[in-house]
Design a protein around this ligand. Structure first.
Ligand SMILES: C[S@@+](CC[C@H](N)C(=O)[O-])C[C@H]1O[C@@H](n2cnc3c(N)ncnc32)[C@H](O)[C@@H]1O
Length: 325
């Protein structure tokens, strides 16, 4: 094809070398914990995709409706400008196809920690969008990373859907948003989906689906550790739990040990008592005002925001406070 653009892979090492040290540090805390980024090997990404199809899991459905309604307006704002879309934690979602169709960027930079999944998905996407240059970057977005030099002169639009920002503590979310501004440039834009506060039973149903897919997703983190670190977690000795913590405004996910047991991690033995829990994920929910306060603390300004009729989910377009003046 005459105008076919390239795919070039940038590997920034991601987290594999750090994984053992990070996981051990998490298990040595009084409340044992595993960072949610370790959910995502290929199986974890597939399970997440299955979650997005569940009837109880409203965020993806609403976010897609908001894209249909408002993306044309977002594109209009950039006029003829050539865009580079940088997706944080790209996974394999249908969402990016909607974004590439409507925003028509000249370059797409998917950034993900899951190397093979990132590569496979980028090649699949490029087959359908051959006119868009794609520079997949394997990196850990909870740390600093660099964009390929090829996109230096283009206007950047960060894309961070799925309310993944909720996995950070609010203070970490501000630090993350500051890094986004440093990476993309002070006049860049960020299009970000954020889940809102709502009745606890709706939230808890979304994270305790009847088919048990979220439970499988939660338990998969232990299988991923077994594969990568040669640990010997027995998955049937742990149970999924997800509760809404009203005070903190977040869903918290845990794996509860169903017996007294010991697990080998590297050269260490970690003991679990019956009933003890590993904290695996937080998912903070924000009102429009709460989220704009976080964004403003990171130097972003509101360039437009939209919600569904029930006010269950919000889509924000942010830009640097200086660029907005
Ligand atoms: C919940 S999925 C979201 C996929 C898609 N963007 C969506 O909204 O449906 C999260 C994706 O982010 C990636 N991810 C999670 N933590 C990450 C991190 N710290 N650095 C880079 N990628 C990460 C996972 O590998 C996974 O592909």
């Amino acid at each position: 094809m005459a105008n076919e653009r390239e795919v070039v892979f940038y590997d920034q090492g991601a987290a594999t070398q750090r994984m053992l040290a990070e996981v051990l540090a998490g298990f040595r805390r009084p409340q044992k914990q595993i960072a949610p980024k370790y959910f995502y090997d290929e199986k974890g990404s597939q399970l997440f995709d299955a979650i997005t199809e569940l009837s109880e899991y409203y965020p993806t459905r609403i976010e897609m409706q908001l894209f249909d309604q408002h993306l044309p307006q977002v594109r209009h704002r950039f006029g003829d400008q050539s865009l580079c879309v940088v997706e944080y934690g790209s996974g394999s979602s249908k969402k990016i196809r909607r974004v590439l169709d409507t925003l028509a960027p000249s370059v797409y930079v998917p950034v993900d920690i899951s190397r093979q999944y990132l590569l496979d998905n980028t090649h699949e996407l490029h087959a359908d969008f051959p006119h868009i240059a794609m520079y997949p970057v394997c990196a850990d977005i909870s740390r600093e990373f660099e964009l390929p030099a090829e996109v230096d002169s283009l206007h950047k639009l960060g894309f961070y859907p799925g309310s993944s920002i909720g996995n950070f503590l609010p203070t970490e979310a501000v630090a993350f948003l500051r890094r986004v501004r440093r990476t993309l440039g002070q006049d860049a834009h960020l299009l970000i989906g954020v889940d809102a506060k709502k009745p606890a039973q709706v939230l808890e149903a979304a994270y305790n689906d009847a088919a048990g897919v979220t439970a499988q997703f939660n338990l998969n983190v232990l299988r991923h550790l077994n594969d990568q670190l040669n640990t010997d977690f027995r998955l049937h000795n742990f149970q999924h739990e997800a509760r809404y913590n009203q005070e903190q405004g977040c869903i918290q996910m845990f794996l509860r040990s169903t017996c007294d047991q010991q697990v080998m991690i590297g050269d260490d033995t970690i003991a679990f008592t019956k009933g003890e829990r590993i904290h695996t994920e937080d998912s903070y929910k924000y009102s429009v005002q709460e989220f704009l306060q976080l964004a403003e603390a990171a130097g972003f300004a509101d360039a437009g925001h939209w919600q569904d009729d029930q006010g269950w989910y919000s889509l924000f377009l942010l830009t640097g406070q200086d660029a907005q003046k």
